[in-house]
Write a protein of this length. Structure first.
Length: 78
């Protein structure tokens, strides 16, 4: 098992070395960051939406952990 893992790591490092030699370190690093950023953009998460947007799309609303208690600064009495 260990030998097969080393073979995979060696081929990966050889591929990265070949890319860096052919295109340069900065272009290779930039392409890697761009690919990671594009991959992140493809993932759509519903959990990040507010209840208002969830209602507009047709998803059920999330329950508020705090209940209906909201702290409003203007209600503060001195």
């Amino acid at each position: 098992m260990r030998e097969s893992q080393f073979m995979v790591a060696d081929t990966l490092s050889a591929a990265v070395h070949e890319l860096c030699r052919e295109h340069g370190v900065w272009k290779t690093a930039g392409a890697l960051l761009l690919a990671a950023w594009r991959r992140r953009q493809e993932v759509n998460r519903i959990s990040d939406l507010s209840n208002r947007l969830r209602r507009d799309v047709g998803f059920p609303e999330l329950e508020d952990d705090r209940g209906n208690v909201r702290f409003i600064l203007w209600d503060l009495r001195l």
